[in-house]
Ligand binder design. Structure first.
Ligand code: ATR
Length: 287
């Protein structure tokens, strides 16, 4: 393997991730290995940016010749205001997780939802058209997932949330002529689940350190359907473990993280992302 330091020059592709805090981010490990595997001279750095300095930090990346950066908590919504241009994905999600800097202009994207849907299709080795999909949760993560799912022409999408108003609001916003997105409370699941092909948890229930929490009782999970969780820490949530024991095909959240990064990488470099290398790097960084 070559010494990456010797490859650094004024041609080096400068990338990074802005967040507060940022020390926990696994994105640098994943992207640096991807750049190295593809032979692209580049460097992806963690950028610790406080909310009150976000504007200056963004202007700084432009001045320094960065090609782009990722955005994480707490800056995803605020970043919308700092862009010269917004992709439809960012507009629909109301949040930016990827910025591309080209010809001095900043363009904001959101690759979380489309990353998740790409990972779901890859892991199932199947299209999502014609499927009946039920989503638990109506927060920011659900919004990105609904946006991306609707591009796949599913037969139906139903959003279930503890706060029903939020589910209704999201459903109304995303409904269009050919598909009315449905919404309801957890009490309506008895009616919804028998028609469900794919059940997706977008809530934080079951996320580390609350590993023993789960959004549904095991007995409520229909047998033999697809069950997915956006959570990737732990890699297998209690929800997925119990779904497996009900004979379900399960898809965890690690792929979402890999593919949101893969889309960003492809926007920045114009090359396909080395997805399996990125997945291994991420797993290694998590251990
Ligand atoms: P994110 O951006 O990760 O989606 P969020 O916008 O805060 O985070 O949304 C969290 C989602 O998890 C919401 O749908 C929330 O339900 P409410 O809208 O009713 O708050 C859901 N959620 C979190 N904890 C929950 C719990 N203990 N029971 C049910 N739903 C929960």
């Amino acid at each position: 393997m070559t010494d990456r330091k010797t490859n650094l020059s004024h041609h080096t592709l400068l990338l990074g991730v802005m967040g507060d805090p940022i020390g926990h981010s696994k994105s640098p490990a994943m992207h640096n290995i991807a750049l190295e595997a593809s032979g692209i001279p580049g460097m992806y750095v963690p950028l610790h940016v406080k909310p009150e300095q976000l504007g200056e930090a963004v202007a700084g990346t432009k001045a320094l010749g960065f090609s782009g950066f990722n955005v994480t908590i707490p800056h995803k919504v605020e970043m919308m205001k700092l862009m010269d241009e917004l992709d439809e994905s960012a507009i629909c999600c109301g949040a930016v997780n990827t910025v591309v800097i080209k010809d001095g202009k900043l363009k904001g994207y959101n690759t979380d939802g489309i990353g998740y849907v790409r990972s779901l299709k890859e892991e199932l080795n199947s299209e999502l058209s014609g499927k009946h999909i039920t989503i638990l949760g109506a927060g920011g993560a659900a919004r990105g997932v609904v946006y991306a799912l609707l591009r796949e022409e599913p037969a139906s999408v139903t959003i279930i949330n503890r706060t029903v108003d939020k589910a209704e609001q999201l459903a109304t916003e995303f409904s269009h002529d050919t598909l009315q997105v449905q919404s309801g409370s957890y009490d309506t699941l008895d009616k919804v689940l028998p028609q469900t092909d794919i059940l997706i948890n977008t809530t934080s229930i079951g996320m580390s350190p609350n590993n023993e929490e789960t959004p549904l009782e095991q007995s409520q999970i229909p047998e033999g359907i697809v069950v997915s969780d956006l959570i990737y820490n732990p890699l297998e949530t209690r929800f997925l473990r119990e779904a497996k024991s009900r004979g379900c095909t399960v898809v965890g959240g690690l792929g979402m993280f890999v593919y949101q990064g893969a889309y960003a990488y492809e926007y920045w470099t114009g090359q396909s992302a080395p997805v399996s290398v990125m997945r291994s790097a991420l797993l290694e960084a998590m251990n």
